[in-house]
Design a protein around this ligand. Structure first.
Ligand code: EPU
Length: 418
């Protein structure tokens, strides 16, 4: 298993290109299953998760070519609307195939995702929504089966869910009756999915708001679509936080700055100087960090996917602060590892109280999930001495060539294969 050897402390200087968004690319890839056609997706990040999704699309019957971040997907001959356990257990986002398959075949069978490293991640919203659209939903042998002709309805989620909103949107692609989705997710990744689905001929009102009104196409037509995936705001946020922690001058290129409004606001309070340009963001920091509380929330709130990285930054602040995760109340597996690097953190339920320390020291630590790994890299880059970060297959799921990007900024980080 690969690991990273990181030698700190380091400052970060230079520019970094931000890749396409993982969480926008994954549902858009599955949306291609809803209508037979040839799709060209540009700016798709080359990640373990996107490669897993390619395997799944191929099992379903798609022909896929992936080169230089451009993905060609031909879904004309798809004939196997089933997603096996082997793939779904490695990536929960595989569940996204349910909606588009149901839309095209009036049938889909997808393995239940099973457990997640940081606690329960239910799918009840997805299933209830499919039922209210008229599908018959059953569970047998670890597989969810959905079948039947869908019909117009109003779907009201108890709280916004990115995955459930995406799945319902894709289920509606070939449904030529109006469906209203209340309490929909407003995340930029859902907006990107809506924009892609609109290119498929679906009409959607309220994009980017909590109420979506969706009218699918009259008949299943052959598609030929070219689409550019948005930049990854979580990767961008990770590099901004790393620069604030290490100090230095960094330019992030290929970003949509408005997707990072609250993160930038919080980083400024923490002491970083940030200049926003049209498609890039400049950050400069002297590496001194003020304590700043955050509470994660749905967009445009502070993202849960940048909670772990914020705890790493606050570990070297000059005071104490509170970091609360309201989206995933158990998502704190990075804390014991950060403590190994010298962080002082007390966790009470979903609130982490971080008391900044003057110095962090390198140690052997372990990745536990994608964002936890990113937080450990940030802490290791700021720590004195050598850190060995194992189980980095987690980071490869969500960050394209992260070590090369950090190396280009001057970090001392190498990948070692055992
Ligand atoms: N929820 C339910 N029932 C459901 C679905 C969600 O109770 O059926 C709850 C969840 O437990 C959570 C909240 O609703 O408390 C929101 O979860 P959501 O459904 O929005 O999360 P998701 O779609 O499973 C996506 C991202 C996650 C990101 C969350 C929150 C993808 C592939 N995954 O997950 O990304 O943390 O939204 O923004 O888009 C990551 O990239 O590292 C990652 C975990």
């Amino acid at each position: 298993m690969d690991k990273f050897i990181i030698k700190g402390p380091t400052t970060l200087n230079g520019s970094v290109n931000i890749s396409g968004s993982k969480n926008a690319a994954l549902p858009i890839m599955t949306a291609c299953l809803a209508s037979p056609g040839k799709y060209t997706l540009n700016n798709v990040p080359n990640l373990r998760d996107t490669r897993t999704m390619i395997k799944l699309l191929e099992i379903i019957g798609s022909k896929v070519v992936f080169k230089n971040n451009t993905l060609l997907i031909d879904t004309i001959d798809c004939n196997n609307p089933e997603a096996p356990y082997d793939l779904v257990k490695t990536m929960r986002a595989s569940f996204y195939v349910l909606g588009p398959l149901l839309s095209r075949f009036e049938y889909a069978k997808v393995s239940l995702p099973g457990g997640c490293a940081w606690g329960p991640r239910p799918i009840d919203f997805h299933l209830k929504a499919f039922e209210s659209l008229g599908a018959k939903v059953s569970l047998k042998g670890g597989y969810i089966k959905t079948e039947g002709k869908l019909s117009a309805t109003t779907v009201s989620f108890p709280k916004p869910s990115v995955g459930a909103t995406g799945n319902v949107l894709m289920a509606c692609i070939n449904l030529n009756q109006k469906v209203i989705i209340n309490n929909a997710a407003k995340e930029p990744e859902i907006v990107d999915l809506c924009n892609f689905i609109k290119k498929m001929g679906v009409s959607i009102d309220g994009v980017g708001t909590e109420t979506l009104s969706v009218l699918g196409v009259k008949e299943i037509i052959k598609q030929n679509i070219v689409y550019d995936i948005i930049p990854d705001r979580i990767e961008a946020g990770t590099f901004l936080i790393a620069a604030a922690s290490c100090g230095g001058n960094v330019r992030l290129k290929s970003v949509i700055p408005s997707h990072l409004n609250l993160v930038i606001q919080k980083l400024r309070l923490a002491g970083a100087l940030i200049k926003i340009n049209t498609n890039s963001v400049d950050i400069s920091s002297n590496g001194l960090v003020n304590p700043v509380d955050i509470i994660t929330d749905v967009y445009p709130g502070y993202p849960t996917d940048l909670q772990a990285q914020w705890i790493a930054l606050m570990s070297k602040s000059n005071g104490s602060c509170f970091i609360t995760d309201t989206i995933y109340t158990d998502r704190f597996t990075h804390i014991p590892e950060l403590i190994r690097l010298g962080s002082k953190i007390l966790l009470h339920e979903n609130v982490a109280n971080v008391s900044g320390v003057k110095k962090l020291f390198g140690a052997e630590v372990m990745s536990t999930d994608i964002r936890a790994s990113a937080s450990l890299i940030i802490a290791a880059l700021s720590a004195i001495g050598k850190t060995e970060l194992s189980r980095i297959y987690h980071i490869d799921r969500g960050y394209e060539c992260i070590e090369n990007k950090f190396k280009k900024l001057g970090a001392n980080i190498i990948r070692v294969s055992n």
